[in-house]
Every structure is written in structure tokens, then in C-alpha cells.
Write a protein that binds this ligand. Sequence first.
Ligand code: ZN
Length: 320
Amino acid sequence: MALVAFLSSMVQSASCATTNNNNILAANRTISEKFVKLTGISAGKTEKLMEKWIGNRPWTPETSSQFDSEIIEPLKNLRIALLVVDFQNDFVNGSLKIGDGDAGQDPLEAIPKLNNLLENSKWDMIVYTKDWHPPNHISFLSQAYDSDRKFDRKSEDLKVFDSVLFTEPFKTNQTLYPDHCIQNSEGAEIYPDISIIPDSTYILKGTNPYLDSYSAFNDNNGKDKTDLEEILRNNGIQAVVIAGLAYDICVKFTCLDAVRLNFLSSVIPECSAGLLKNSIIEAEKEFADSGVAIISAEQAQKISNRSFIPEEWIRKLTNL
Ligand SMILES: [Zn+2]
């Protein structure tokens, strides 16, 4: 019986209801209120989801308790990590300022809310990633003519942000950037205003001189993985909340890899900054298509307190 029909029949018969019926109604209401309270999802949507789950079966104390143990309890016990992507000096005020892009998004504006999430939330794990390039990295315009690499363009008049196809030593499409985030340089350090939480995990990316790595999980050719997936799995992490720089590049590819690897994934635009208007629009389309939940900083705070679960996560967890 549909939930609404069930509830109204219970209400109509309340005056002559048996103790048993009252118990059923009470159990059912409790469970739907518990779901609304935990997920922050509206009562109407919760009702639809519960109807879909129950199908043709009746709501009884048994089915209510089954809904609790199969749907609600796993949501309450999710293990969730906060990933702070590449919030490094060179991207904030160094050689590759994200704020110089046509989106005009200043990373400094993202910091207070991001710090609040780092300092005042209950994450099971916090991960900071760092772009961490050797001085001859393939993404540096200054190194494009090195004798150990070849690209398929006749013109030798390359400029910053040009795209080239390197054919040697690996075939890889590459956008060329100013030198940035060179290993152990000041520019590669995390921006000093970012709160560093003790006992956090650090992931270094882009360490292979011949391959770039936008995602914190693996390089752009999918050849080498970082330790991120294994570290998350070893810590029982099921969901990741992601913010950082640049929203439309490294944050985007990290989010898309996270869902591809079956982590529930959310991204926080207001704790991030993007480079280019068009690629931000493109990134958000890809987030929507792949089930990455786009959330506010306030919602991220609630996720960490287990008082909000994005619908995208509920759909993936419950198949409802
Ligand atoms: Zn880089």
C-alpha cells in the first residue's frame, strides 16, 4: 500500500484503532521523521522514496525496522573525508594565479569558509593534495623544447595556455603553463592562511616529469596512481567532500575520478576557485551527469555532522 494511503487510512481509523495499529503508525512516522532529520531531505521527497522502497508490501513494525537498518543506519555511519586540493602559493598569488583567469575567482575569498570546515567539522579524515612537479615538468612552457620530449607542432612560437600533443616520451595532450609548484619551492607550499589540521594526510601529484596529473588519484594518462585511493580505502572512507584549486581543473578531475572509483562525492564551489568561465560551466555539467553533488559550505558542515546527506548520495546508496 502506498505510504500516503496507509497513513490516511490509519488516521481515519484512529478513533477505533487497536493498540497494534497505533504502534504501526507510530513506528512508520518515527522512521520517516528520522530520515528527514538525518538527510535534510523534504518530507514529500522522503515519502516518495519510502513508497518506492516499500513497493507492494505493507508498513509494519518489521518493515519499518528493516528500512531503518537497511537505509538509515548506513547513512548515519558513513565514513567521510574532506579533500583540500592544491591550495598552494603559486595558485593563490604566485606564478599561476587562479584569480587571473577570466572567471575572476579569487582563492582568498574561499579561505574563511574552507578553514571553518577544516577547524570545526567532524571528518573521519582530512587530505591535503599538492601539485608537486620536478623542475623539468612536461606542463612547463619553459621546458617544451627540452631534447627529451617532442611535440607535434611545426610552430616554435608556443605561448602559455597553448595545447600541444607530446609524442615523446609519452603521447599526451598537454596545456602549457608557467613553471609552478616546483618540488620543495616556496610556491609549492600550501598557502599560509589555510588551516593545517594535525595528523592529516598529504598526497603529492604531478611528480612524473613526463605526465601531468590533474586528478589527485592518478595522472592524466591513467598510467600511474597516487596513494590516495588506497589510503581512503584503508581508512574505510566511503564519501569525499572536495574543495580547492582550480575548481575547473584539478578539483574537477579529482571529483570525477572519485565517483568513477565509487566514492560518494561532493564539491563545494564556495570553498574553491576556478580559472575559466566556460570550463567552470562544463565542469558543473559533468558533475551533474556523473552524480557529484554540488553543495554549499553550510551543507558540507552538516554532512560532517551527519545532519545532511545529498540526494545524489542517497540515490547511489539506496538505488532509489
Ligand atoms: Zn601543475
